[in-house]
Write a protein that binds this ligand. Structure first.
Ligand code: PAF
Length: 282
């Protein structure tokens, strides 16, 4: 595996692959790789001749008081996992390479509307940070395909919209969430959970499934279902942020005719902010 930190060296390597007519997939990550990330890399390897994985803990997507400083950085372990999978290139740029300008004068990419709801409400500026860094990574790597996890459902929508709006010739591929045996979605933030919290954490997915079953059975009183789920989350010791049944296409209030729905959940458990979702087609 080639490991590069500099953008010029990355571009030279990409050019070599382009000359050989190789297709390129990018898997953007913030590191601390778990089986969910490794699945993204495996999928990327099936889709392209060359796979680039980026590891960059992006300061722009963390708000004040969030876990930027504490975010787990495990570069050595990550590199060995990527080598075992047969990854072609690990790109791990420094903050000063990605953001040469001071944070106030840095150009930003904003995907309106979809960035301002759900996680965007609780984490103002988060999706501007995500869209900006992904846009920059797209310009640096110029991949044919980029692979992201479906656990971050809203993030995937923001990235799809940004890719389309800015005319990037890149196919965005979403990969289903990888879960622990008890249903908890794999996430770097699961590492913040204490033993007791970890035992309660699967409740979020359990409630998503229970709510999905009720919707499938014909219950359209979404507001009541949402309130019930939030109450159950509180009883399990969570502080719910949101639990909503929405239209999958645009995360808007669903009407009776909508057949593609998604149930989105976000809740704090101790120091961890957990998110998860379930999609429903009727
Ligand atoms: O999902 C993540 O890990 C990050 O938000 C991403 C897409 C790598 C951008 O920093």
């Amino acid at each position: 595996m080639i490991t590069l930190e500099g953008i010029d060296a990355l571009r030279r390597q990409i050019q070599r692959w382009r000359k050989a007519d190789d297709s390129i997939a990018l898997v953007p990550t913030m590191g601390n790789l778990h089986p969910g990330h490794l699945k993204l890399v495996e999928v990327a390897m099936e889709m392209a001749d060359r796979v680039v994985v980026s590891i960059f803990v992006n300061p722009m997507q963390f708000g004040e008081g969030e876990d930027f400083a504490a975010y787990p950085r495990t570069m050595e372990e990550d590199a060995s996992s990527l080598i075992s999978l047969g990854t072609d290139l690990l790109f791990a740029p420094a903050v000063s390479d990605v953001y040469p300008a001071s944070s106030d004068s840095q150009t930003r990419v904003e995907v309106p509307e979809i960035s301002d709801i759900f996680c965007g409400t609780s984490r103002p500026g988060h999706f501007v940070g995500v869209a900006t860094v992904v846009c920059k990574l797209f310009n640096m790597v110029q991949p044919d395909i980029a692979v992201f996890g479906e656990k971050d459902f809203q993030q995937l929508m923001v990235i799809r919209r940004m890719t389309e709006d800015l005319s990037f010739p890149i196919r965005i591929h979403g990969v289903p969430t990888v879960r622990e045996e008890d249903g908890l979605a794999r996430s770097s933030r699961n590492g913040y959970l204490t033993t007791g919290e970890r035992a309660r954490a699967p409740a979020i997915y359990r409630l998503l499934r229970q709510t999905a079953d009720k919707v499938r059975a014909g219950d359209t009183n979404y507001e009541r279902l949402e309130t019930q789920a939030q109450k159950s989350l509180k009883a399990e010791g969570f502080t719910p942020d949101y639990f909503r049944v929405v239209r999958a296409r645009d995360l808007a209030e669903p009407s009776r005719d909508d057949t593609e729905l998604v149930i989105l959940a976000a809740a704090y458990l101790g120091k961890a902010r957990l998110i998860d979702n379930i999609t429903l087609t009727s």
